[in-house]
Design a protein around this ligand. Structure first.
Ligand code: DAH
Length: 339
């Protein structure tokens, strides 16, 4: 009988588990109302009186050890999250492998790409370190053009000008230089501006640029594409185009979607108007086409550009842009689902 208790004590000592279920079945097996310990306690009366003391003691310490083991296993399971920097039991099996989640910027970027893919846009990328030509001059922003000041630039080298691109419009230029029309492409990427960091602005953020060049492309084509995009992305086709100015498009517009005015948050983010600006767009300026060796008497096109953070903040109601870059796991864990 004593041997049996010793055997069980050894089993309890060696027991290892990584799952709640396993720990629970272990607990039931030993400590449950029909468990092994209950059974052994009921054997007590059959034990030789001379051995009862030892048996009783062994049994009690087995019970205590088992209870402690269950508590220990449950505790280490709860505390085994990487968040508190503990690796726990290094001998435990490597599985289950915990999956990470997609970053909200990636989720929104992929969704934007997916919407444009469905109407024939390819994806193109360009370098983050750019020259003056691709970031400014070819886009109709010659040296000393006042609109250069709209985008405070991080320069890497001043002669010749090498810089961190201030927008993904630079990829338009590269794409037109290297491809013949018809062109239909979206260019996602990271951009840089020498700006103070605040809840609404950051010096590093992401944009998606769009470009469509063919014969007879009109503003009506642009508007139709925008309607399709806002319907797919935000579930609304209620948009308005406000005349604006960008050096690389003529005419230019800013696109607002009707967000609504149902909640207090709606009032706050739309400044009481119900409308929200989501991107800039326009017909590609003939000078830009010329700079990229495309004949503006044959071809025309439209372009648009939007900030990914801004759209992600709207869709997920994220109040502060800095949250995207802090990599706080409690924030990132919330974005498991694809939109
Ligand atoms: N490049 C602009 C920016 O960074 C966004 C933009 C506006 C892109 C209008 C375009 C466009 O292609 O047509 O603010």
């Amino acid at each position: 009988m004593l041997d049996k208790v010793k055997e069980l004590s050894e089993e309890v000592r060696l027991f290892k588990s990584v799952s709640k279920d396993e720990i629970e079945s272990f607990r039931i097996k030993y400590l449950g109302t029909k468990g092994l310990l209950k059974e052994l306690f009921s054997e007590f009366k059959n034990v030789d009186p001379a051995l009862r003391k030892d048996f009783g003691q062994a049994l009690n310490s087995l019970k205590k050890a088992t209870e402690e083991k269950v508590r220990f296993l449950n505790d280490s399971l709860e505390n085994s999250d990487d968040e508190n920097g503990s690796y726990g039991d290094l001998t435990r099996p490597g599985e289950p492998i915990r999956l990470g989640s997609q970053h909200p910027i990636s989720i929104v970027k992929n969704k934007i790409i997916d919407v444009f893919n469905r109407v024939g846009f390819t994806v193109s990328e360009g370098p983050e370190i750019e020259d003056d030509w691709h970031n400014f001059t070819a886009l109709n922003l010659p040296e000393y053009h006042p609109a250069r000041d709209m985008q405070d630039t991080f320069f890497i080298d001043e002669d010749p000008d090498i810089l961190l691109r201030t927008h993904t419009s630079s990829v338009q230029v590269r794409y037109m230089e290297n491809n013949e029309p018809p062109i239909r492409t979206v260019s996602p990427g990271r951009v840089f501006r020498n700006e103070d960091i605040s809840a609404r602005a950051h010096c590093i953020f992401h944009q998606v640029e769009g470009l469509y060049i063919d014969t007879d492309v009109s503003f009506a084509d642009l508007k139709q594409t925008l309607l399709y995009f806002t319907k797919e992305m935000f579930g609304t086709s209620k948009i308005r185009l406000r005349p604006s100015y960008f050096p690389f498009t003529e005419p230019s517009a800013e696109v607002d979607i009707y967000w609504g005015l149902e909640t207090e948050t709606d009032y706050r983010i739309t400044k009481g108007t119900g409308w929200l600006e989501i991107m800039g767009c326009g017909m590609v300026d003939p000078n830009v086409l010329k700079n990229c060796n495309i004949d503006p008497s044959v071809y025309s096109g439209y372009a648009f550009g939007m900030g990914i953070e801004r759209i992600a903040m709207l869709l997920y109601q994220i109040p502060d842009i800095r949250m995207f870059y802090e990599n706080d796991i409690r924030f990132l864990k919330q974005f498991k689902s694809v939109l």
